[in-house]
Design a protein around this ligand. Structure first.
Ligand code: NAD
Length: 260
């Protein structure tokens, strides 16, 4: 379905971003990966799906590096048709104790990076399809784009911000073939959340299983993690022809978290 399209997924060396990159590659999209840590493993995994893959190590907190990544993607594949703004970090502390440096980093990586990648991707998307425009911008927000939780001020502010950015991007391109939507997961067992499980286990002197049960029990009525595969399938829907007129939504996949 996505053969001939190029998808750039930020923060795709791990977790949700890698799950979405895999799902888009399974539909035939060529992939530009980004993120830290092991990069060879994810590149080999995507290449094994029979699509072209490239990697750029831009630090998403740095606008100049984002600009270099977008130029690199255009040079490699001609154009970015699908942009998935996914890179994100978490920091947990009460506001009065929240490090200013961590606040700036969370806002830069979880919110401003999406603005920069989007502003740089839009001109080529607008020129696509003989000037009618074609593109898909998916912002990986969070259920924290819809509701708050204590001790996550920067994360909740950034995620509410990216839901707002999603709506404006969708509206500004509403008469084109470019759609922009947000995906709002509840708990997904990735390294980002494993750190929070580990912290809970250490603080309560409880097992990993008990910490996991408590973590889910506090927020997620289904008592189940959403998986990167399920989020990948949702991303594929937004990129499909059936998603042509889905514009500016914030779609939660959260086991009922925001329904409470
Ligand atoms: P993860 O830690 O597994 O992956 C994060 C990715 O971002 C990695 O590839 C990492 O290398 C990359 N990254 C981090 N800082 C970066 C930077 N400065 N520049 C470039 N890349 C950087 O986390 P995840 O859980 O897969 O999170 C992905 C997205 O999903 C984040 O935006 C997160 O807020 C969101 N999310 C996660 C959950 C969850 O429960 N895990 C829930 C809702 C939303």
């Amino acid at each position: 379905m996505l053969k001939g399209k190029t998808a750039l997924v930020t923060g795709s060396t791990s977790g949700i971003g890698l799950g979405i990159a895999r799902a888009l590659a399974q539909q035939g999209a060529d992939i530009v990966l980004n993120g830290f840590g092991d990069t060879d493993g994810p590149q080999a995994e995507i290449a094994a799906l029979g699509v072209k893959v490239a990697y750029h190590g831009a630090d998403m907190s740095q606008p100049a590096e984002i600009e270099a990544m977008m130029k690199f993607a255009a040079m490699q594949f001609g154009r970015v048709d699908i942009l998935v703004n996914n890179a994100g970090i978490q920091h947990v502390a009460k506001i009065e104790n929240f490090s200013v440096e961590r606040w700036d980093a969370v806002i830069a990586i979880n919110l401003s990076s999406a603005f920069h990648a989007t502003r740089l991707a839009l001109p080529a998307m607008q020129a696509a399809d003989g000037g009618k425009g074609w593109g898909r911008i998916l912002n990986v927000a969070s259920v924290h784009g819809l509701v708050g939780s204590a001790e996550k001020s920067a994360y909740v502010a950034a995620k509410h911000g990216i839901v707002g950015l999603t709506k404006v991007t969708a509206l500004e391109n509403a008469i084109t073939g470019i759609t922009c939507n947000a995906i709002c997961p509840g708990w997904v067992l990735t390294p980002l959340v494993q750190k929070q499980v580990d912290a809970k286990a250490a603080a309560g002197n409880i097992s990993n299983e008990e910490a996991t049960r408590q973590l889910l029990g506090e927020k997620e009525p289904s008592m189940q993690f959403t998986t990167p595969e399920e989020l990948g399938a949702l991303a594929v829907f937004f990129c499909s022809p059936a998603g042509n007129n889905v514009r500016g939504v914030a779609w939660n996949m959260d086991g009922g978290w925001a329904a409470q």
